[in-house]
Write a protein that binds this ligand. Sequence first.
Ligand SMILES: Nc1ncnc2c1ncn2[C@@H]1O[C@H](COP(=O)(O)OP(=O)(O)OP(=O)(O)O)[C@@H](O)[C@H]1O
Ligand SMILES: [Mg+2]
Length: 251
Amino acid sequence: MVELSGVRKTYGDVTALRDAELVIRRGELLAVVGPSGSGKSTMLNIMGTLDRPTAGTVRIDGHDIDHLSDRELSALRAGTIGFVFQQFHLAPGIPALDSVADGLLYSGRPRAERRSLAERALRRVGLGHRLHHEPHQLSGGEKQRVAIARAVLGDPPLLLADEPTGALDSRSGLVVMELLHELHRAGTTVVVITHDRDIAASLPREVRIRDGWIEHDSDGAGPALAAGPDGDGALAPAPVSAALTAGEAVR
Ligand SMILES: Nc1ncnc2c1ncn2[C@@H]1O[C@H](COP(=O)(O)OP(=O)(O)OP(=O)(O)O)[C@@H](O)[C@H]1O
Ligand SMILES: [Mg+2]
């Protein structure tokens, strides 16, 4: 889904990303963690084709973005990538349904269809009862769920989330993370930047960045203790005692 090869990004004399090598397979769910200023958002923006690298190769869904014009890149982005940010970026005074439906404004679909797809997306994130609420009438967690509904409206295969729980209390954060897990189970490739160690450790793969370097990549094996015996990176392998009990039951 995403392939970074020798990717470097400099801003003037600041090197935000150095020789990044990263392959994200279709259907993965991974965390990107690291201290403030380490290059996480820079990497996500490059994966999201919002920014081009200074050097190196970026492939998104098989396309080398270096070979695409800005116009082709916008089209690739519109059809392939959904974004979620820490600050929800919902326009004040606009009801949830319109906020989400506006994401399809340039899709060529008629208004009624845009609204019915938006309603479906809002129901998918559990907000069927908040369709006509404006941002100031929604809780932080609800606002983030509206933003997620907007991001997944066109069913993009890749969802990039930059600190999606950063502005939320821990309970709303859990609801948002559960939603991202659900999208992942439905087949979406999900990349989550987070400062939260528990969240990072709960995801099947963790990529750690420091000073622009990828210093660690658990590469699908999951946190040391979490890999299932079949190597599928299961989040919580059954405790040994449960496995024994199950074995006994079979005998
Ligand atoms: N547009 C820019 N111009 C100049 N420097 C930039 C720009 N964007 C980022 N930087 C610098 O690049 C480095 C990496 O920034 P980045 O935003 O990727 O960090 P981050 O890991 O996302 O941090 P945080 O956790 O605080 O969001 C920082 O030193 C930052 O100051
Ligand atoms: Mg950042």
